[in-house]
Design a protein around this ligand. Sequence first.
Ligand SMILES: [Zn+2]
Length: 446
Amino acid sequence: MSKHAREFYLGIDVGGTKILAALATIDGSIIARKRMPTPRNTKAEHVVAAIADIIAVLLSEHNLAPRNLSAIGLAIPGTVAPNEGKIICTPNMPLSGVVISPLLEKRFKVPVLIGNDVNLGTLGEVWRGAARAASSVVGIFVGTGIGAGVVLNGHLIPGHRNAAGEIGHMVMQPGGPLCGCGNRGCLEALASRTAIERDIRNALKNGRKSVITRLADNDLTVIKSSVIKRALQQEDELVTEIIRKASETLGYACLNVRHLFDPELIILGGGVIEACGDFILPIVQQIVGLHSMPGSSDNDVISMSHLGDDAVVLGAVALAKAHHHPDEHPTPRPAPHHLSCRNNTAYLDRKPVQEPLALLPNGNIAKVNLKRKNATTFLTRKTLLHLCTSQCLTLVVGAATPAHFSLTPKARAAAEKHRISVSILTIEQACQAYHTSPSSVLLLSP
Ligand SMILES: [Zn+2]
């Protein structure tokens, strides 16, 4: 590949057993992949060195230099503080507490963004996979553990501590089996591969027979998803029974998720689903379909991941791209500002709004200059076009007195020409309108 000015991104999925890297273009086409085993039983610096290695090797194999990269996205199996580039906690890896972005940025001179792997997997499916046409999506990934990512109106929901989507620890059976988190009866303790393996081993210990003993060559310390799949294909009674029970629990978890978020799609992915989805999906769909609220009885809300292993690396690319092109979707947005209204006064993050300002769809706040003439406040053409870009064509104005707010004739003509819809409302009405349509621009003129 020649060195040219095109924008490339690297997405890296730092897993417990393997590190997977993908070199991609700005539109998410993967040009090359590289896979390396994750160093085991070792210190953080060796894992960081392995990540640096995979970046360097992938670039050199394709005749690229770090300067050909626009940004790198890292998917971490744990909680992260994205603004500091810091890994907070990785239960299955020695990376807790590592401030990783600055380390890699120093070496490669490229911005390095980090996110949780399951959140990024969901973002990947929204960007390039099964959820391309949807804007509200929950991705649930079933492997050794169970995690989820929540995208609502195109925005990844990070949660207060960047720990939203820990669906694996929703309690589905109070007092049930012990979970790795210390609690009992979590979804993960009932339907993950770890739980399925435990149930198979216990049943065999209690004298049940299964083809899985032979399929796994008598070594049941780790039962791979592919082995479980083969036992299902052979209609093994024990494995079918255990997977059916796990699928039902997963189905009820999906039903809870549906009631909580009302998403357009729930995407199921991860190793267990990749291997046994044909068996699991119909059970989940049936439970979600049977118990839906009136008027939402369709069961095609559940779909399989389309991207498989690429979901997470592409989500990492989407994260890196969002850093470079903050105005495009899908982007994990900053936490939204808290907007409320009392007595026709707007409160932003609980402070009264006393000067004109605008809330932009990307979550930013912009100061706004308005023209005042006699008792009337005017929005000029320049300010209108500054606020409403080609991606956002709806402006909601909340004015202290709507009758005394107007567009200048030039602004009115520009709105018509660019098909920008402008509504002038009371502050109270505008706040309400903004809450139902967060993709619009809200201009407050107190
Ligand atoms: Zn748990």
